[in-house]
Design a protein around this ligand. Sequence first.
Ligand SMILES: *Cc1c(COP(=O)(O)O)cnc(C)c1O
Length: 430
Amino acid sequence: MSEHSEATTHSAGAGEPSGDLATRYREALLPVFGSPQRILARGEGVRVWDTEGTEYLDLLAGIAVNALGHAHPAILAALTKQAQTLGHVSNFFASAPQIELAEKLLTLAAAPAGSGVFFANSGTEANEAAFKLARRTGRPRILALTSSFHGRTMGALALTAKESYRAPFEPLPGGVEFVPAGDEDALAAALAPGDVAAVFAEPIQGEAGVRPLSVPYLQALRRLTREHGTLLILDEVQTGMGRTGHWFAHQAVDGLQPDVMTLAKGLGGGFPIGAMVTFGREVHDLLQPGQHGTTFGGNPLASAAGLAVIGTLLEDGLLEHVRETGEHVRAEVAALQHPLITEVRGAGLLLGIGLARPLAKEVAAAALEAGFIVNAPDESTLRLAPPLIITAADLDTFIAALPGLLEQAAPGAATSAAAPSGAAPTQGEH
Ligand SMILES: *Cc1c(COP(=O)(O)O)cnc(C)c1O
């Protein structure tokens, strides 16, 4: 509060001192995110610049959001044209972009006849809708996986495992139980009574450190939920929209189709939009007219952005590009043969570089100083989720810098890493 000693009100009048932006941020915004690492001023392609004019290679893309990078001409054109035509209508009305985007998503998802889409504004809202839909089965129990992240509203938080996120807000909506990710027996036992409405799962647990569910476990999820009449709800908020080199990560597994899929992040390429896709007539009919709603969801501007993202991914062959550049990164990081790097997890351009020691935060900080934006979803993982348009050459500049960044974060650690460090090796899949 002491920083308010001079100005106790925030008039926006002329002559208001602009002050230092970081100070003004602290004084004007709630502290939930901690201190911002930089204040960004502009972006173009895979690069951003801060207010000091320093350039950064953006290897995080606003957390897997800016699929086409910054200021992509296709998104600019779509948003401009739409804003000049019709920006917002509420869901008392419909618009062509909204309908077209829903149709495109159903096609890309190979959804059967009778499927449908609900548009929201974020990942957490898409999951909130799925939670409500699951309740409509009339079954009392819902399963989620350990290490899951599904969002921060009360419903999405009830599905999120992380204790430090949950504890301050209890009681959360009830009926949710966590089963160990990757444990087929535990899943079978939890489903056995036949009273489970839905199982929520992320094909790759992004916030948990880019940890993929194994193919056999994903297959077990599908088989066992089907056996027990339980919905399989895949949260593809982070993994969807081409991020893994498939339109949706589950499409990497033959014959795997969920009952519900949630999307957001990459869907609008930076414009806020989320979606819940239901598969088949039976799931479609669970939410009846009047049982859910939103003011903004699926508005023409957001839908136009989504259409521009999908159109560009298709026209520019970006899914194949994502698979190729992802493989390139894996190969090049492996070729470093660095003693502090244990593995590369994930798929396409959602990659977690596993470290032998809990140095990820320090390495990410050193990377930022060196002009690379990455993040540390846990203490021993560096996450890369760059724009899907990034070139191998741009990625190579980071890989070339990585040994130096590791050395900066932990001087001498590379040479002593061969000795037992006490750090448990990171789990590849679960
Ligand atoms: C980011 C994320 C969410 C939450 O999305 P918001 O848009 O931040 O509400 C939910 N699930 C997963 C898997 C995510 O990565």
